[in-house]
Write a protein that binds this ligand. Structure first.
Ligand SMILES: O=C(O)C(=O)C[C@]1(C(=O)O)C=C[C@@H](O)C=C1
Length: 114
């Protein structure tokens, strides 16, 4: 399919009988694709920052994990999730998953320095 789109093309496609039979679903999916792209970009930025944190911690002999900080982050995100009608349990699991990956990265940075 060419990148040519817009009204003229759409009208011709419909007239030819090859219109998308599920254009509502297609529109939902376009939005999902945009949101997934935003999530990836946000995660990429988060991991760039945590990489800098990992180097800082390694350079200052700080432990990779900070459980007190994590407790505050989880409480805050659970509260934000509830207010946004998102499952707080899911939000905590998601943050835990991300933070655990960050801790592994921090450990690798420290190990490489030893
Ligand atoms: O804030 C820190 O100290 C970090 O290393 C970042 C981070 C995070 O990903 O948010 C990761 C590990 C720590 O246990 C707490 C938080």
């Amino acid at each position: 399919m060419s990148e040519v789109s817009g009204n003229a093309h759409e009208h011709l496609a419909q007239a030819a009988g090859d219109a998308d039979p599920h254009e509502v679903l297609t529109a939902y999916r376009q939005s999902i694709d945009n949101i997934d792209a935003a999530l990836i970009h946000m995660l990429a930025e988060r991991f760039k920052i945590t990489q800098a944190v990992g180097h800082y911690k390694a350079g200052h002999n700080l432990p990779p994990a900070d459980p007190a900080r994590e407790e505050k982050q989880i409480a805050r995100l659970r509260s934000l999730a509830s207010a946004a009608q998102l499952d707080p349990e899911f939000s905590e699991k998601f943050l835990r998953f991300v933070i655990d990956e960050v801790i592994h990265h921090h450990e690798s940075i420290q190990a490489a320095q030893e």
